[in-house]
Design a protein. Structure first.
Length: 334
């Protein structure tokens, strides 16, 4: 596919990039709907489906792009896609929503989720620099990927156990993925399997197309793969979250916006980079380290905003969006 894309005019390549994003997003939707329906037929509790299959579905586009990039040794794109998506979710998505309407922040998000997200970024920094799970530094090796996935499994187990206890105590469970799961229709086995196969194929094709077109755009415009990953690719794979959040904000239904964005960031680091580096070692460069540190700084900023009055107000949202735009200017200029 790369040879075909290299022979196309840049306008056609940009159009194909948009097509790649569309395949990723719709493929993730089909895959989640099919697998969730099968799980329901197997009598898996909706809480578990919501906290696993549905919640992971938001990170499937990033997974496809980063895994494909690592397989073709495009390591800069593999890491920058995840870090860029996390920064976009944290600063721009939450910022825009809070400008439209102030966002109330749940206590669990301030006490548990944001610190955990910050810890995941720090964990990524330590493993990437130290070579703890690998024999060389500045590389996420196979062992690092396994460590990420073990931590991710522990995180999912803890979330499921916490949700099950809350439900047993008669408390309302408000965690990413659970509400979406409850609203999903149950499909027949045949249709569920078809959705599963079509979704998986669309994700694979979309990931391949996105990586190839992004690489061509980087070469054509003289941009680094890191810059393309931090901007074009990361924003493209995160657009569904932005659209969903903006629609919810217009309806004044954004109580879980911060928790959802932070949860997605945890999934991106532990699951996406875990799978990518477990399959093929991912090398880090100096710019990756800088961006991970900035991600941690932004996480602390959101933590402070969320923890002061248990809500993020319009003026804080404006600050977040402005800081994100300054960050974009910085990475373009460096």
């Amino acid at each position: 596919m790369q040879n075909i894309i290299n022979g196309l005019p840049i306008a056609a390549v940009i159009l194909l990039l948009a097509v790649g994003f569309a395949f990723l997003v719709k493929g993730a939707d089909f895959f989640v709907e099919g697998s969730s329906s099968i799980a329901k037929k197997l009598k898996v509790p909706p809480i578990i489906i919501g906290l696993t299959i549905v919640a992971m579905g938001t990170s499937l586009p990033e997974t496809a792009v980063s895994v494909t990039a690592s397989l073709v040794q495009n390591n800069e794109l593999a890491v920058s896609n995840v870090v860029g998506s996390n920064i976009f979710n944290l600063m721009f998505v939450i910022g825009v929503c809070s400008i439209l309407t102030p966002i109330m922040v749940q206590k669990a998000t301030v006490v548990r989720d944001i610190p955990l997200s910050l810890g995941c970024a720090l964990f990524l920094l330590v493993l990437g620099i130290s070579g703890l799970g690998d024999k060389t530094g500045m590389t996420l090796g196979h062992a690092d990927g396994v460590i990420f996935l073990i931590v991710f499994a522990g995180y999912i187990f803890t979330m499921v156990r916490s949700a099950m206890k809350a439900r047993a105590a008669g408390q309302k469970v408000e965690i990413e993925g659970v509400e979406e799961c409850n609203n999903m229709k149950e499909l027949s086995y045949g249709k569920s399997i078809l959705f599963l196969i079509v979704g998986a194929a669309a994700i694979a094709f979309g990931g391949d197309l996105t990586v190839d077109t992004a690489s061509r755009i980087a070469i054509e415009l003289g941009m680094s793969q890191t810059l393309v990953g931090l901007t074009i690719v990361s924003i493209g794979t995160s657009l569904p979250e932005l659209v969903t959040s903006v629609v919810a904000a217009r309806k004044n239904e954004v109580d879980m916006a911060v928790g959802n964005a932070v949860g997605s960031n945890i999934f991106n680091i532990l699951m996406v980079l875990g799978i990518s580096s477990a399959i093929s070692p991912v090398a880090l460069i100096r710019e990756n380290i800088i961006d991970i540190v900035l991600l941690m700084v932004f996480s602390v900023m959101v933590w402070i905003f969320a923890g002061t009055r248990k809500k993020i107000e319009r003026k804080e949202g404006i600050i977040m969006v402005v800081v994100y735009l300054v960050y974009c200017a910085y990475i373009i200029a460096r």
